[in-house]
Design a protein around this ligand. Structure first.
Ligand SMILES: [Zn+2]
Length: 341
């Protein structure tokens, strides 16, 4: 799919209202996000022919998990530069545009990050900048609108507490005008409802969290890769097929390792008793031969030492189990030879 590329050097608004459209699929556990002008977004959702900036379907919860964070308020600092560029101290229009150049670079970087919340905020920032450029109280309006847009970036940032706490925290800061969200009902080929927002992410986040709670899904940390993901219940501990595969491979490796160690111990033990019984025969009973017993005892001690050494080599993967096994057989032949059998 080819998307439109937003131009952060343009000095005139040519676009209509830019919206962020979110669709959640409970059954497939996916989210779809489309970003573009209202009508193009609608067309994209209806038949895939819209000219849009972004359209991606991802695992459910991704929007909340990867949401742009800005604890340092970098977005706000850039907005302040845009605000200053409107100031009376900068009467020449060319000088104003020049001031905005580093901000455009910042926005381009955010746009290129591919994170939809950052991409949307970047477009909206430049659109608002152009919007307010020739207005009387443009500077104040710009800051008011952009700070509403950026607020969840630092509200959410770093300390992400999901569900109950997040919903409670959000409802406290959700102002009347920010709570506005459009709901596009399913029509024709579009079989899902779609929530659409423009001024703020907060109603989208609130809607999303509400749906997750309603469906009883939970955020989990993957046991293999450590990433957060949304799961149907606490029983799901792995985030993806990839991680499931990795865990299966690891489980098999552990099983094989255990089986190898068990076999190793068996072989070692059997060889040990083979020697032990020979030596006992020489020390006791009718066939006792103390001279031979001394020689075999000495060889046994050497064997035990060497066997322990070789066993740990097998454990470390420096020697094959079959080589260890044939070495043990060779040692048995050796003790038989000493016994004179
Ligand atoms: Zn994982």
């Amino acid at each position: 799919m080819i998307f439109m590329e937003y131009d952060f050097s343009k000095q005139e608004r040519r676009l209509g209202k830019i919206v962020f459209a979110l669709t959640l699929d409970r059954k497939k556990m996916t989210e779809r996000i489309v970003i573009g002008e209202t009508n193009e977004t609608r067309r994209q959702l209806e038949d895939g022919t819209g000219n849009i900036f972004y359209d991606r379907t991802r695992p459910l919860g991704k929007f909340l998990i990867d949401f742009e964070t800005d604890t340092g308020m970098e977005w706000n600092r850039n907005a302040m530069t845009l605000r200053e560029s409107y100031g009376k101290a900068i009467p020449l229009e060319a000088a104003r545009w020049k001031m905005a150049v580093p901000v455009a670079d910042f926005l381009r970087g955010k746009y290129a990050s591919g994170e939809p919340s950052a991409l949307f905020a970047a477009i909206r920032t430049w659109e608002e900048y152009l919007n307010c450029f020739h207005l009387n109280h443009g500077a104040d309006m710009l800051i008011r609108r952009l700070s509403a847009l950026y607020r969840p970036f630092f509200l959410y940032g770093g300390n992400r507490t999901w569900q109950e706490e997040a919903t409670a925290a959000l409802s406290k800061v959700l102002r009347e005008e920010e709570a506005a969200v459009e709901l596009w009902y399913p029509v024709l080929k579009r079989s899902f409802e779609c929530v659409v927002a423009s001024a703020s992410f907060l109603p989208l986040i609130a809607y999303y969290l509400h749906k997750i709670e309603e469906w009883g899904f939970v955020f989990q940390k993957c046991k293999v890769c450590g990433n957060d993901f949304l799961a149907r219940s606490r029983h799901y501990e792995l985030c993806s097929d990839d991680c499931r595969k990795k865990q299966a491979v690891e489980a098999k490796r552990e099983f094989d390792e255990r089986a190898k160690n068990d076999r190793l111990e068996q072989l070692h033990e059997a060889a040990y008793y083979y020697w032990y019984n020979r030596l006992r025969k020489l020390k006791r009973g009718e066939a006792a031969d103390l001279e031979k017993a001394a020689a075999v005892g000495e060889a046994f001690a050497a064997f035990r030492k060497e066997a322990v050494k070789r066993k740990s080599m097998v454990k470390r993967g420096e020697m094959k189990l079959t080589d260890f096994s044939s070495w043990l057989v060779g040692q048995q032949n050796e003790v038989d030879r000493l016994m004179g059998e």
